[in-house]
Design a protein around this ligand. Structure first.
Ligand SMILES: [Zn+2]
Length: 216
């Protein structure tokens, strides 16, 4: 361990992203309690149009909401490594086929400027690194949308993201088997929209992979 890391760890001890407790030295990434108690998904997830499957290691509830919230809104970039690991493990466990590349649901230019980083891109990079898959940008968000979590009805959510994404110019997805990364799947409308763009560009298979998903 280098000195800078040591000092930083003393000043800002690593915390479990899900419960906020300071990690013991023998705990890696998350605390043992959360490892046991988090709502792990034991099944395949919701149906998402244009996707073979929608896979996630966790249900979006309890500490998982807290972890995701701090990742997205309090600059918890450090969580990307742990979250990406959990997602890569989930993909390995539940999807047997080899894939060609990893891509992600992008923020709009404005959203990226506001947050300073694209949380789904970071997750995609972590997944790609662990699965030894190329990580390629394929999609652009062409207009700003309301936050999906601020809308309750499924049809209104679909309308909110309808036409909001497009295939990037020159993106080569034809015939590819693609892992599409997002942070949380709620109605699935955003993933559906992005997967549709990929399939219209000729992608052969799309598997959606998120850290967590809601039960409904
Ligand atoms: Zn914890």
């Amino acid at each position: 361990m280098d000195v800078v890391r040591l000092v930083l760890d003393l000043l800002y001890p690593p915390r479990c992203p899900f419960c906020g407790n300071v990690l013991e030295t023998w705990e890696e990434g998350m605390c043992r309690r959360c490892q046991t108690n988090l709502p792990w998904m034991q099944t395949d997830g919701k149906r998402v149009e244009f996707c073979e499957k929608c896979l996630s290691p966790l249900w979006y509830q309890d500490g998982v909401r807290r972890g995701m919230h701090s990742y997205k809104f309090r600059g918890g970039r450090d969580h990307a490594s742990l979250f990406g690991l959990l997602m890569a493990q989930c993909l390995t466990d539940r999807w047997g086929e080899p894939m060609d590349c990893v891509t992600w649901v992008p923020l709009s230019a404005r959203g990226l400027k506001r947050r300073g980083y694209d949380q789904c891109q970071l997750l995609a990079q972590q997944v790609g690194q662990r699965m030894e898959l190329e990580v390629v940008p394929t999609l652009v968000k062409v207009r700003d949308t309301k936050r999906q979590s601020s809308i309750t009805s499924p049809s209104a959510r679909r309308a909110n993201v309808s036409g909001a994404y497009a295939l990037q110019e020159g993106a080569d997805v034809a015939g590819k088997h693609i892992v599409l990364v997002d942070d949380v799947a709620t109605s699935g409308a955003t993933l559906e929209e992005c997967a549709a763009c990929l399939r219209m560009g000729g992608a052969e298979k799309v598997v959606a992979l998120t850290l967590a998903q809601t039960k409904k």
